[in-house]
Write a protein that binds this ligand. Structure first.
Ligand SMILES: [Zn+2]
Length: 102
C-alpha cells in the first residue's frame, strides 16, 4: 500500500531530523507535529496508537508510530551497519569502481 510506505518514510525522516521524539513514560512517547507546534502521543496498548488526525481517521499506523518503532530499532540497525563500516574493502579499488560508475 503506497500510503503506508510513505508513512514509513516520513517516520524515518522524523527520526533522522532528531529531537522530535521524547519518551515520557515506559509505554508513552510524544512526537512533534511536523506541520504545527504541537506534539502527538504515541502509546503502546498491545499495539501502537497515536492521537493524530491521520491515525484517528484511518486506524492504521501513522508516521509518528513508525518514527517511534524505527527509533526503538535504531540500536540494532546501527550495530548491523557498524560492522560493515569497520570492515575493510575486499579490494583496494572498490571505491574507485563505485565512483567511476557515476
Ligand atoms: Zn500519528
Amino acid at each position: 500500500m503506497a500510503g503506508q510506505r510513505m508513512r514509513k518514510l516520513r517516520g524515518m525522516e522524523i527520526v533522522a531530523r532528531g529531537g522530535q521524539i521524547r519518551r515520557v513514560a515506559n509505554s508513552l512517547f510524544i512526537v512533534q507535529s511536523q506541520v504545527g507546534n504541537g506534539w502527538y502521543e504515541v502509546r503502546w496498548k498491545g499495539h501502537w496508537v497515536c492521537n493524530c488526525p491521520d491515525y484517528l481517521k484511518r486506524g492504521v499506523p501513522c508516521k509518528h508510530i513508525y518514527a517511534v518503532v524505527f527509533l526503538s530499532r535504531l540500536p540494532e540497525i546501527l550495530l548491523t551497519n557498524a560492522k560493515e563500516l569497520s570492515r575493510s574493502p575486499r579490494r583496494p579499488c572498490d571505491i574507485v569502481d563505485m565512483v567511476a560508475v557515476q
